[in-house]
Design a protein around this ligand. Structure first.
Ligand code: RFL
Ligand code: PHB
Length: 398
């Protein structure tokens, strides 16, 4: 039976980043991914990185292209009642965010892993985890019709929300918390210049809309849509028409339409599992938690988990001590719940939940209060740029 120190399930950003950091510290690991490399590299997802995530990518030696190509955004806009209000992240917090696609982060990590001769296996089927509650668990999988078994010290479940790692744990051993939202996001990617130089989150009577970007020549737009919507019902022309209707007039006038190069619908969900550790199995990233995308927190939370698990594994292999491994779950969860709260709240003030007139006036009052109060704006801004890695402000990290 083959052997490694850490078996990593999933080659999304969590799995690849963990693999890269462990390798840099001489910790042997194997990554097992269900999909092909092309499929993983082709997924379009997140676009906004917190500075803590950027710092971790630099520490992982994959920051070079990121630092060259990222767009640093000192602010973003909230649009409502046909007005646009700029949130000055720099003035409110001293910080900023980086616009650099998850697709690019994945490509950079993948290249670094392949160049380092990583044990990275694509199209690994039927992955299962055996005996994670005892020392030296094993991971079983199939590849090109044959079955293999990998013995390891630890298993990192980096296999996303639909993965097998979380589902390998008996339901009675965990507590899950979930909120499913009554709408989704219809996203489009197009090679057209962005309508605005900063991101815009727009609250509109027809539903939420947002303007984002991947570069100065590539735009990413989203529309709130029904859960039963079909992509076929959204030819490009309909998307652009609807987007213009949901944006303030000056932004709509500046919008440049063009053929989509990707279009997809994603449901929105808040989800957390507790704890994150089951014996020698550790859940990381989307395998353990999901946030609705409006706060731009998903990938950043995944990076924060990776950072803590990597530090804990380095301590374990350097000194034999397990103090950080023992605290992994508790340390991650503190930050996870803060990001859950922020993403849930930001979704609640920007999206259309119902035709209920009272609820709509409450939303408007909230947006008016928010944009008129430096205290409220500072709270929004400090969450958007990212809370400190060790937990919310004012909370001891001991
Ligand atoms: P991933 O990216 O889902 O990767 C999991 C990997 O595991 C593989 N896998 C398996 N491998 C082996 N065996 C199995 N049985 C397996 N089952 C699954 C999968 O093929 C995959 O390769 O999870 P990871 O690495 O934890 O990364 C999480 C992020 O991808 C996610 O949080 C973000 O994309 C969320 N997100 C955003 N996050 C941000 O920080 N900022 C944003 O601006 C942002 N925008 C978004 C988003 C997510 C979106 N969607 C589509 C949900 C915008 C959208 C529209
Ligand atoms: C994106 O560019 O995909 C994006 C940006 C900000 C968000 C969500 C998604 O809040």
């Amino acid at each position: 039976m083959a052997r490694t120190q850490v078996a990593i399930i999933g080659a999304g950003p969590s799995g690849l980043l963990l693999s890269q950091l462990l390798d840099l510290h001489g910790i042997d690991n194997v990554v097992l991914e269900r999909q092909s490399r092309d499929y993983v590299e082709g997924r379009i997802r997140a676009g906004v990185l917190e500075q803590g995530t950027v710092d971790l990518l630099i520490e992982a030696n994959v920051g070079e292209r990121l630092l060259r190509e990222r767009l640093v955004h000192d602010g973003f806009a909230l649009a409502f009642a046909d007005r646009t209000f700029r949130i000055d992240l720099k003035a409110l917090t001293g910080g900023a965010v980086s616009v650099y696609g998850q697709t690019e982060v994945t490509k950079d990590l993948m290249e670094a892993r392949v160049a380092a001769g990583a044990k990275l296996l694509f199209e690994a089927g039927d992955v299962s985890i055996e005996g994670f509650e005892r020392d030296h668990p094993a991971v079983r999988y199939t590849h090109e019709g044959r079955t293999y078994e990998l013995s390891c010290d630890f298993v990192a479940g980096c296999d996303g929300y639909h993965g097998i790692a979380r589902r390998s744990v008996p339901a009675a051993a965990m507590q899950t918390y979930e909120r499913v939202y009554p709408f989704g996001w219809l996203g489009i990617l197009a090679d057209v210049p962005p309508a605005s130089h900063e991101l815009i989150y727009s609250n509109h009577a027809r539903g939420f809309a947002m303007c984002s970007m991947r570069s100065l020549t590539r735009s990413r737009y989203y529309l709130q849509c029904g859960l039963d919507e079909k992509l076929e019902a959204w030819p490009d022309a309909r998307f652009w028409d609807e987007l213009r209707l949901r944006l303030p007039a000056d932004v709509a006038a500046a919008l440049v339409a063009g053929p989509s190069i990707e279009k997809s619908i994603a449901p929105l969900r808040s989800f957390v599992v507790e704890p994150l550790r089951f014996g020698q199995l550790f859940l990381v990233g989307d395998a353990a938690h999901i946030v609705p995308p409006a706060g731009a927190k998903g990938l950043n939370l995944a990076a924060a988990d990776v950072r803590l698990l990597f530090q804990a594994l380095v301590e374990r292999y350097r000194t034999g001590r397990t103090a950080l491994l023992d605290r992994y779950s508790e340390r991650c969860l503190r930050r996870i719940w803060m990001a859950e709260r922020f993403s849930w709240w930001f979704t609640s003030i920007t999206h259309k939940f119902s035709d209920d007139a009272f609820a709509q006036r409450m939303q408007l009052a909230e947006l008016e209060y928010l944009t008129g109060s430096t205290a409220a704006l500072t709270s929004l801004a400090e969450n958007y740029v990212g809370l400190p890695f060790e937990g919310p402000p004012g909370m001891s990290s001991s």
